[in-house]
Design a protein around this ligand. Structure first.
Ligand code: NDP
Length: 352
């Protein structure tokens, strides 16, 4: 069976493509530029899969155009849609939200159109959404509230309406992910497709990449923190948004699950979160694992700001997230934050 992975050269999408290929699916990816396609097709394991005729890439330069995915979706059994704007420096909400939403609509409309002919092979659609579409205002009387898949972001839209071009970048991102996921469920409600639909909602994603940019400073925004600390730069301040972390391989595994076990995943959202992320913990873990880099990796304040099991302390104002549903439904535990950090550092040794 053939799976389409949009924005296949991305950090999470490239792992997703690998997960499908390793599981025996053929993968067709999309990228925005021939340059991204070329470098991915030159890198293992994609190079070997491409020579075996199991991995191809098509260009979709503008995901917002109607019909942009008409060719790409042809003959697909499943789609993992990951393409969406990602930046720390968004300034105008309108184009970001517009691109995220139109991307979802455009790929779904292409599938819908092709299924009109009665020849559609489509069985499942998975959207790489985000915890950003889940976390909203806590109930007033419950500071320890734990967000679950039943929750929806009920803040970003108002903030965008109130602040316009002054909206902080992270809030713009949040609004774009929420609107994009809503667009998917609206499609399901309105068009009642025969294929299954699933959203995967990860917190901050890290772990070892499968594709390596030439320059480590060009690593994906969220994967890069381990490199930053490993390479001896200042320990970054905690990243905005949720304070969780999840391994990229677990996100890919969940997307694969949503296709392989589509009945269990149909009409569901799955939060992907293994525990709390702490930049200080990265420094502590790496200083222990690499004694010869103790003079290089910044020390910070060892042990401060996180618990040994990476849970949220009782008295913390931090956001709490219920990460049990995916474990329950898939029967698999999360890769621990410590393992993600160690495996990422191991992968980054190539840059030392
Ligand atoms: P990457 O930056 O590694 O990849 C982003 C991909 O999206 C790239 O292929 C990029 O293409 C493509 N892209 C960006 N903007 C557009 C656009 N306007 N039109 C078409 N394609 C675009 O990011 P991640 O792997 O981290 O993120 C992928 C997805 O995962 C996104 O949907 C993101 O919202 C979601 N996500 C990420 C989390 C994280 O912590 N990293 C957490 C939760 C969700 P190009 O290479 O051409 O720039």
């Amino acid at each position: 069976p053939l799976v389409l992975v949009t924005a296949v050269n991305g950090f999470i999408a490239s792992w997703t493509a690998k997960a499908f290929l390793d599981a025996g699916y053929n993968v067709r990816g999309t990228t925005r530029s021939a340059k991204s396609s070329h470098s991915m097709l030159e890198a293992e394991p994609f190079k070997s899969y491409a020579s075996a005729g199991r991995f191809t890439i098509v260009q979709v330069p503008d995901i917002t155009l109607p019909g942009a995915f008409d060719e790409a979706v042809r003959g697909c059994h499943a789609i993992a849609h990951t393409a969406s704007p990602m930046s720390l420096n968004f300034s105008d909400p309108e184009p970001v939200i517009n691109t995220a939403v139109k991307g979802v609509r455009s790929v779904l409309d292409s599938v819908h159109l092709s299924s009109g002919s009665g020849t559609s092979t489509m069985k499942s659609f998975v959207l790489l959404s985000s915890i950003a579409a889940v976390i909203g205002k806590k109930p007033e009387d419950n500071a320890a509230y734990r967000f679950t898949e039943a929750d929806w972001d009920n803040v970003s839209q108002n903030e965008v309406a109130r602040l316009g071009k002054q909206t902080p970048s992270m809030m713009i991102y949040k609004a774009s992910k929420t609107a994009a996921e809503r667009a998917m469920w609206d499609f399901q409600r309105d068009k009642k497709p025969t294929f299954t639909m699933t959203a995967v909602n990860p917190v901050y994603v890290w772990g070892p990449p499968v594709l390596f940019p030439e320059n480590p400073e060009d690593l994906n925004i969220t994967a890069k923190v381990v490199w930053t600390i490993f390479s001896g730069q200042e320990i970054p301040a905690p990243f905005g948004g949720s304070n969780g972390a999840v391994d990229v391989r677990d996100v890919a595994r969940l997307i694969l699950f949503a296709v392989q076990e589509k009945e269990k995943a149909d009409n569901q959202r799955f939060i992907a979160a293994s525990g709390v992320r702490s930049e200080q913990a990265v420094a502590d873990i790496l200083r222990e694992a690499y004694p010869d880099r103790r003079d290089i990796i910044k020390e910070g304040t060892p042990g401060v700001g996180y618990l040994p099991d990476y849970s949220v302390p009782e008295d913390s104002p931090a956001v709490r997230i219920d990460n049990t549903k995916a474990v329950r439904v898939t029967g698999k535990e999360w890769i621990s934050p410590k393992q993600s950090i160690i495996d990422a550092a191991k992968a980054f040794e190539r840059y030392l």
